[in-house]
Design a protein around this ligand. Structure first.
Ligand code: AMP
Length: 380
């Protein structure tokens, strides 16, 4: 199956080539024709499946053929749970707008930064990627209107509810026109997702992509049995002994993230953290430094467990085990993306062993747990 056979024009295909995509991923193969046909769709797919390009390509394909007025009415609205995801999706839109028949303006808006530049930049924007709270603020300030949108995309719908955006979503839905195309993505299906479909009065075509199809098979998973005392030294041992130059370390809380970074720096390992209590600018900078290879270790909470792409990230370490099996999959999915291979290491104390059993069962894969009591941690 080729991109051409999905009904995409050469304007989009030339961007596909520039990005180096050789053939469509399963979600794209199945989803692009549905979106092009104008039908509502729900993709049950994990991050890393290629879902962003799955909606970006057909949306731009259709939009480029339209004559649109330069005003404050948005044509295409993408709702996302986090600022990072908003920025990332807008980047994908930009990558695909370069070769279109006409100029299409896109923008990402999110909280935690000044609203004024966003208000000023809104005129003529056709594709807006937004987090719900900031979008409502902008609408209330009359910076834009979603009253005439043609296409609504809700990305990571399940995460939206987990993060408590239910009220904002309902307010936003009430401001949208009844007639529009809706595309929804969620990693899981639950009652809340069914409720969205009811509120929006849609009966979407459901495309389910098995998480096995995504990339978990490309990830080598190892777990080490440690104690709470040896955990820190063992992490430093792993990083130093294996000369790890780019490793994403996951922890469960902001406090642990900051404490861990202090310890790593004291041990001459270049590290930064990224979590919800950092300012937006700070988070973006830290992620940039890490992507560029200026820092060796990025310590993150689950805030960036989803949706963030770091090119060819070789290693992810779970310093603390997440509670949800889905978060575990999302975390380790930061490596091995787009069919690269990757390594995911998990550190387990006695208290984690039972829960790790549950995670392995849910994931449908068993992971070898190696002892560490023979490892000489002296000097770490
Ligand atoms: P996503 O699930 O949208 O976050 O995409 C995961 C990664 O896969 C991104 O880095 C995309 O650039 C990449 N990607 C998406 N579609 C393709 C494709 N057809 N071929 C190769 N890489 C792709």
């Amino acid at each position: 199956m080729s991109f051409e056979s999905l009904g995409l024009s050469h304007n989009i295909i030339s961007s596909v080539k520039q990005l180096g995509y050789l053939k469509p991923f399963p979600i794209q193969e199945q989803g692009i024709p549905v979106i092009l046909s104008g039908k509502d769709m729900m993709g049950v797919a994990q991050t890393g499946s290629g879902k962003t390009a799955c909606f970006v390509m057909p949306i731009l394909e259709k939009l480029q053929a339209e004559v649109v007025q330069r005003d404050r009415n948005i044509e295409v609205l993408i709702l996302v749970p986090t600022r990072e995801l908003a920025i990332q999706i807008d980047e994908v839109f930009r990558a695909f707008t370069t070769n279109l028949k006409r100029e299409v303006r896109t923008m990402a808006v999110y909280g935690g930064v000044s609203i004024n530049p966003q208000m000023k930049g809104m005129l003529g924007v056709e594709v807006l990627t937004a987090t719900p709270g900031r979008l409502l603020d902008l609408i209330n300030s009359k910076a834009l209107s979603i009253g005439q949108i043609q296409h609504l995309v809700i990305d990571e719908a399940d995460k939206m509810f987990q993060m408590g955006f239910e009220d904002e979503l309902k307010q936003l839905f009430a401001l949208m026109p009844k007639k529009k195309q809706t595309t929804l993505f969620s990693a899981t299906l639950n009652d809340k997702i069914a409720e969205i479909n009811k509120i929006l009065a849609i009966d979407p075509i459901v495309i389910e992509i098995d998480s096995e199809d995504v990339h978990i098979d490309h990830i080598e998973q190892i777990a080490y049995h440690v104690t709470s005392e040896t955990k820190g030294p063992f992490l430093r041992y792993l990083i130093k002994e294996n000369k790890m130059n780019q490793v994403l370390v996951f922890v469960s809380s902001t406090r642990t993230a900051d404490k861990l970074v202090d310890k790593l720096i004291k041990n001459k390992i270049r590290a930064l953290s990224i979590h919800g209590q950092k300012s937006q600018g700070n988070r973006r900078d830290h992620l940039d430094y890490f992507k560029k290879g200026d820092v060796q270790v990025l310590v993150a909470t689950d805030l960036i467990g989803r949706g963030i792409h770091i090119d060819a990230l070789p290693v992810v370490i779970n310093f603390e085990l997440p509670r949800s099996p889905l978060d575990y999959v999302h975390r380790i999915g930061r490596t091995g993306r787009a069919h690269d291979t990757g390594l995911a290491i998990t550190l387990l104390t006695d208290e984690d062993l039972q829960h790790f059993g549950v995670i392995q069962k849910k994931m449908g894969k068993s992971v070898e747990i190696k002892p560490t009591n023979e490892v000489n941690l002296h000097g770490y």
